[in-house]
Design a protein around this ligand. Structure first.
Ligand code: FES
Ligand code: FE
Length: 446
């Protein structure tokens, strides 16, 4: 498929989206060039690189990058590719080093990205190689936000806060301590696995596809939630959500999320009743958060996707999930699990066990989702299948502008978030200006 006008494939007016956008190699190539080289992408968490010289090998789109803390404690994100012949200068997932030494011809780079060691420099390079010109490639902009590290290759990109817009209020509730103190989370583990599905299926699911709940029926019947030992059913601590007002919000930058607003009294609802110590920790955190944030404490984050490929789960299992593209039909999923850094070890341990039985390739819940995404991808590759669009008409025109906590809001299950997301996605592929991409100007593309 060449020279396609992607904008025509995403018909949000009629709620129809061409399924080629989930399988076509040419569209995939354009995504890499126009979305992943420009948008702000989540790279990792400061707690993974606490000390000088610590590094964590991450990804931005298909490309390997190194997140590291240099000897002056500054955080960097470098392209993991040697300036000589491109070999990966770091082949470990994480660790600590003072130099990244390329395995091929042994050029070495400092943790600030500077080219330092060049074997036989005097004989072979003196007078013809200026080391300062051959540092590791570094991202154009980097932001450390409440411990999370984000980066973009585009020097023209808006600042991170502007890129997030009002979605930031919701993301805050994921990153802040359970008692409402700003930030303070740490990563207690990263799950990585590969799924034979297009990356957008996963990103879309987290925009607030509450409609897919029936696919988790079996795990809901078994009950794996935090209180599972007491025989409760379900897969999460949902009792609090049951009495809340649910909202589905979408934002001009492409983000979309599903949050909830607790009743005015915002009473604590027991979720860990089989474990008194854990229950007490969360009860106390809830009361302190109410005290600290007042009315704002009524906002309960659930799930969301920061455009394009960083999703979150704000309840348990609390964390960020990144959907790294591998090909049109393959995605590498990374799930970063978050806890309050100063929580007691018993709480961290309890949550770690819960996260593992819920998430990832062996988790009881996420298996259901992956099965849907991979079969939907496979069933969309056929010649006949590709002639027929997907249906996105759900709750069309049933949303309000300027909802509570920002964005356009729907008070019922909706595909408005997905319509908005794909509309923004298509605008990136048309190489629109940042002004258009941020929803500040709905005019012509460049
Ligand atoms: Fe790295 Fe040659 S490719 S030193
Ligand atoms: Fe699901």
């Amino acid at each position: 498929m060449t020279d396609v006008q992607v904008i025509k494939m995403v018909d949000t007016t009629n709620g129809e989206i061409d399924r080629n956008i989930f399988v076509d190699p040419e569209i995939y190539r354009r995504e890499l060039e126009t979305v992943f080289t420009r948008a702000w992408l989540f790279v990792g968490h400061e707690s993974q690189i606490s000390n000088k010289g610590d590094f964590f090998t991450s990804r931005m789109g298909e490309e390997s990058v190194i997140l590291c803390r240099d000897k002056n404690e500054k955080v960097h994100v470098f392209l993991n590719s040697c300036r000589h012949r491109g070999m990966k200068v770091c082949r470990y997932e994480q660790g600590n080093t003072s130099l990244f030494t390329c395995p091929y011809h042994s050029w070495s780079y400092t943790t600030e990205g500077k080219l330092q060691g060049v074997p036989q420099f005097k004989n072979l390079y003196d007078g013809c190689l200026e080391r300062d010109d051959w540092s590791l490639i570094e991202v154009a902009k980097l932001k450390v936000y409440k411990g999370t590290v984000w980066a973009t290759w585009d020097a023209e990109a808006p600042e991170f806060e502007a890129y997030l817009g009002d979605a930031l209020i919701h993301l805050d509730q994921v990153l802040d301590c359970r008692d409402g103190r700003p930030g303070g989370s740490e990563v207690i583990g990263v799950h990585k696995w590969i799924i034979p599905a297009n990356w957008k299926f996963a990103a879309e699911n987290f925009l607030g596809d509450t409609y897919h709940n029936p696919s988790h029926r079996s795990v809901d019947l078994i009950g794996i939630g935090p209180s599972s030992k007491s025989g409760s059913v379900g897969r999460r601590n949902d009792a609090e959500l049951e009495q809340a007002q649910h909202i589905w919000s979408s934002f001009p930058q492409g983000h979309g999320l599903h949050s909830a607003i607790a009743p005015a009294d915002n009473e604590y609802v027991g979720s860990y009743t089989s474990e008194p110590e854990i229950e007490e920790y969360f009860r106390s955190a809830h009361e302190q958060r109410k005290e600290r944030l007042g009315e704002q404490a009524r906002l309960l984050p659930f799930t969301g996707t920061v455009f394009p490929n960083t999703s979150y789960h704000g309840r348990q299992p609390r964390g960020l999930c990144v959907w790294h593209p591998h090909s049109p039909t393959e995605t590498e999923a990374w799930r970063f699990f978050l806890v309050d850094a100063d929580a007691p070890e018993s709480v961290k341990d309890y949550l770690r066990h819960y996260y593992m039985r819920y998430s990832g390739p062996a988790g009881m819940t996420e298996q259901d989702d992956m099965e849907n995404w991979l079969y939907a991808t496979r069933a969309s590759t056929g010649t006949i299948a590709r002639r027929y669009p997907f249906n996105y008409v759900q709750s069309k025109n049933k949303f309000e502008k300027n909802g509570p906590y920002g964005g356009d809001v729907s008070f019922q299950i909706t595909e408005q978030n997905a319509r908005n997301y794909y509309d923004r996605w298509a605008t990136y592929l048309e190489k629109s200006s940042w002004q258009v991409l941020m929803g500040e100007d709905q005019g012509d593309t460049q």
